[in-house]
Ligand binder design. Structure first.
Ligand SMILES: Nc1ncnc2c1ncn2[C@@H]1O[C@H](COP(=O)(O)OP(=O)(O)OP(=O)(O)O)[C@@H](O)[C@H]1O
Length: 871
């Protein structure tokens, strides 16, 4: 160390405190990076890596740098690449210190703490999530620093905690340090992938420290008052977030004024695969918003509304009262088009108040941001006037909670010019009349400029040189420029300053004197304007809590108006949501499929599910008939209803459900190294474990990932279990190609059979898309295969095999005579076929004939021996 230059020593000391971040070290107008940081950053940023000898021992130090005034995109790119960036500034004025200027890290930017508008998608939250595993429960807290949205909950298992992670979809996860070696994230690599994992020292999770952090941050007397009473693990997760903020954001985080604690039971629970299968936020195909439920419903006009809608869709409610409050509001807005459009128009000019608020609080807001805030607030009085007559409870509550913030609007309007520049340190920001001293300095500066014009005219007259110019540049200040051909006309008091190719530049004492006055004023103006701006920004920041509350209400209003707008355009109806156990839908449609611009008209269908006769509906029908579409549509209608939205149906009555489970199609999870079938069975197992009588289950062709007999057996057993086990006798839609399952209805009284009607015509199949009662008799798989363009030869052969199978022609040993026909070959016996083995029948009969009650132990043993030999 002693051989290093003092600056390098300072660098290494600071770097030692931030080993996991790339250190942006401020040197004059640049941020410099050194050593390994420089190598890494130059590669990611694609900038030149140089080196200089600062090591003292002759070794070269790799180095690269970016200009400080355009650093933002570079920082964003590093963070995007999954790096942390520590910004180290000079915290003393270099002019006023001798030797090395003091430097400190003023901020650490990490993926979970991005606030820069350009790096964020307007309608998506950017969450930092904190996990704390207690002994019995897990704490989960998450914060969007850019908006101040901060939530906490607790789960009773690791699985449920990771399910929250999947739902929240954070950019960065905080975990106790012990997790690093214990391999947290390793248990769910699929969920940890692509997110930054940051580890926090164990002591931060200490109960007392956690409580103190929370009390201090929210300025309350207890954790209870902050909202996380009774959530011991949640509290610790929150504390880790606050601690991390303290370490990374040296500034104010006043906009994080509210912590929302919730219990997962307050919401309809959807697991990760259901959210994906139902295409709530993104399509299965290309992962885009467009084509998803969110994409369809998102008619919000503000970014805050867009984020809130996503929140609502992913956390549907279970409280009938709250659902009906939303539905009342949507109804009011749907019924009156003028009212609705008026509100949407008023909201349309409202900027992202949450993110503006965040930037204001974190002192990174520009003057343009303040003007955007003012322009948004200006719209509120008209909006409030529109809302004045609204009758529904929720609309009235939102209206009463919107604070027009007239004081803030007035302050910005008075203080900041209407169209300020982006840069903050060149003046031109503060309005005339806001500050007397500033006005005076400005008039001096203006007069100075008038003087220059007068001087130019005067000197032209004096010298007779009409091309003489008085100009200004940063290096020489004000000067008089005379072309070489006119040099002879120059008076004696001109002092030469600079010679150019065909001109010379001069100053005069008079010019210098005015320059000092003008430039002095201009420097002072810039300084004063910056100070005044900061003061205004701070005064606005002090109102952060009010702004946050108003923003939240505007967002909710935006969502309600958007839902009403969709409902109106797509002819949705208000569902009746109640405590009953029935799901009754007439004329139901799939909201997204119906909205696609297709040649085929969408066929509406009814559904009746309850915990009585219609508990388990088995749906059979050909491929492509519309089974999946139908089942998803039922799930989506229930989910929309509990979100507070109208639904695509003629009529709907929804008894509130507590969870929706879907097991749909094949979803490989190669990241977790599991086969399609394995994933299918794991998801099925989770459903059987967690479903309740109040749940809705959608099972699409379970068991199809394995051999037919295994598949049909599993499907059958699962269906039976869902029917027979009281705990999880959930309302279930069960689509299957195994027609055998329709026989369940014979022995089980809460099973119903339905099928999707088709018409056969000339060996072709015509899809009617209508769900009707009863089981289907055919799969029409071969006809569909023909539609798909399989060669005629293959189709013919398939028909032949099917024919033999249907005739039940089995060879000895139970092997179907599929080979009968033109192309006989020897089929390989399959162990699966033994299900049909005659000896099975013998076994069964033998066992059925036993009277266990009358057997002695010895007889029982003998019979067991006999049975074993038969096998
Ligand atoms: N009610 C309907 N009205 C109009 N078109 C529909 C309807 N239901 C489904 N479709 C269309 O039919 C196609 C097939 O539907 P779906 O995937 O639901 O069939 P499926 O019976 O589940 O098929 P498979 O058994 O092969 O998985 C879809 O692309 C959809 O666009």
């Amino acid at each position: 160390m002693s051989e290093l230059t003092p600056m390098m020593r300072q660098y290494l000391e600071i770097k030692a405190d931030h080993p996991d971040a790339i250190l942006f070290f401020r040197l004059g107008d640049f941020y410099e990076m050194f050593l390994d940081d420089a190598v890494k950053a130059s590669r990611i940023l694609d900038i030149t890596l140089t080196s200089r000898n600062k090591g003292g021992d002759g070794a070269d130090i790799p180095l690269c740098g970016v200009p400080f005034h355009s650093a933002a995109p570079y920082i964003a790119k590093l963070v995007e690449a999954g790096e942390k960036v520590a910004i180290c500034e000079q915290v003393e004025d270099p002019k006023s210190v001798k030797g090395i200027v003091k430097r400190e890290v003023v901020k650490v930017v990490t993926p979970g703490l991005v606030i820069d508008a350009e790096s964020l998608s307007p309608k998506e939250n950017n969450y930092l999530l904190s996990l704390f595993p207690g002994t019995a429960r897990w704490g989960v807290a998450y914060l969007d620093l850019s908006t101040g949205d901060f939530r906490v909950t607790e789960t009773d298992s690791a699985d449920a905690a990771w399910a929250e992670v999947a739902c929240v979809n954070p950019r960065e996860i905080l975990m106790p340090l012990s997790f690093r070696d214990g391999g947290a994230g390793n248990e769910r690599p699929d969920l940890a992938a692509g997110r930054m994992l940051s580890y926090i020292d164990e002591w931060v999770y200490d109960a007392e420290y956690a409580e103190r952090m929370v009390r201090n941050h929210f300025g309350v007397a207890s954790a209870e008052a902050a909202g996380c009473g009774g959530m011991d693990c949640g509290l610790r997760a929150v504390a880790a977030v606050l601690h991390y903020l303290q370490q990374t954001q040296k500034g104010d985080v006043r906009h994080i004024s509210h912590l929302q604690a919730y219990r997962t039971q307050e919401f309809l629970v959807l697991d990760e695969s259901s959210r994906r299968n139902l295409e709530l936020n993104a399509t299965l195909g290309d992962g885009k918003r467009r084509g998803s439920l969110l994409g369809l419903l998102d008619r919000t006009v503000t970014a805050m509304g867009g984020r809130k809608l996503k929140q609502w869709i992913n956390y549907p409610l279970v409280s009938i009262e709250k659902i009906n409050e939303r539905l009342d509001a949507v109804e009011e807005l749907t019924a009156d088009a003028e009212f609705r459009q008026g509100i949407r128009a008023a909201l349309d000019g409202v900027y992202d108040l949450e993110r503006l608020n965040g930037r204001i609080s974190l002192a990174s807001a520009s003057a343009k941001d303040l003007v955007a805030l003012r322009a948004s607030l200006e719209r509120l009085p008209a909006l409030l006037a529109l809302l004045a007559p609204s009758a529904s409870t929720l609309l009235a509550r939102l209206r009463d909670g919107i604070d027009p913030l007239a004081d803030v609007e007035e302050l910005i309007g008075r203080g900041i010019v209407p169209d300020p520049p982006f840069v903050l340190r060149e003046g031109g920001i503060i309005a005339q009349g806001y500050h007397p001293e500033l006005d005076e300095l400005r008039s001096i500066s203006r007069e100075g400029k008038g003087f220059i014009a007068r001087l130019e005219a005067q000197e032209k007259a004096r010298t007779g040189v009409s091309s003489l110019k008085v100009r200004y540049n940063k290096v020489f200040g004000y000067y008089i420029e005379v072309t070489k051909s006119n040099l002879s006309a120059i008076p004696d008091d001109y002092i030469r300053r600079q010679t150019l190719a065909n001109a010379e530049r001069f100053i005069t004492p008079e010019l210098k004197e005015y320059e000092e006055k003008v430039l002095g004023a201009e420097d002072r103006i810039v300084e004063l304007e910056y100070a005044l701006f900061q003061e205004i920004r701070q005064r606005v920041a002090a109102q952060g809590e009010r702004i946050a509350r108003t923003a939240d209400r505007l967002a909710a209003l935006d969502v309600l108006a958007a839902l009403a707008d969709v409902a109106h355009d797509h002819r949705y109806v208000r569902p009746t949501v109640d405590e009953g156990d029935a799901i009754l839908v007439t004329g139901g449609r799939h909201p997204v499929v119906e909205a696609l611009n297709r040649s085929e008209r969408f066929v509406a269908n009814d559904v009746q599910l309850d915990n009585g006769e219609n508990q388990l509906v088995i749906i059979t029908g050909p491929n492509m008939a519309g089974k999946s579409t139908f089942m998803r549509q039922v799930a989506l209608i229930v989910l929309m209803a509990q979100t507070g939205s109208f639904v695509p149906a003629d009529e709907a009555r929804i008894g509130v459900v507590d969870r929706i489970f879907t097991r749909v199609g094949a979803s490989d999870n190669l990241a977790r190294g599991q086969s399609t079938f394995m994933v299918e069975m794991m998801e099925t197992a989770a459903i059987l474990r967690n479903a309740t009588q109040r749940s809705l289950i959608v099972l699409d062709e379970i068991g199809r990932g394995t051999s037919t007999f295994d598949g049909v057996s599993i499907a059958w057993a699962v269906a039976e279990y869902l029917h027979d086990t009281e705990r999880c006798a959930a309302k279930t839609l069960f689509a299957t190609h195994y027609h055998e399952l329709t026989e369940l209805a014979v022995t089980r009284n809460r099973v119903k059979n339905c099928n999707v009607a088709v018409k056969e015509w000339n060996d072709q199949v015509i899809f009617l898309r209508k769900i009707v009662e009863g089981g289907a008799s055919h799969s029409y798989g071969i006809q569909v295969a023909r539609l798909a363009g399989l060669p005629q030869e293959v189709i013919e052969r398939a028909k032949e095999i099917l024919h033999n199978l249907e005739k039940g022609e089995y060879a000895e040993g139970g092997i179907p005579r599929i080979a009968r026909g033109k192309r006989a070959g020897t089929p390989k016996p399959s162990p699966q076929m033994s299900l049909f083995d005659q000896s099975d029948d013998l076994l069964r009969r033998r066992i059925a004939g036993l009277n266990i009650a009358a057997l002695t132990p010895l007889e029982a043993l003998n019979i067991l021996d006999e049975l074993k030999r038969m096998v």
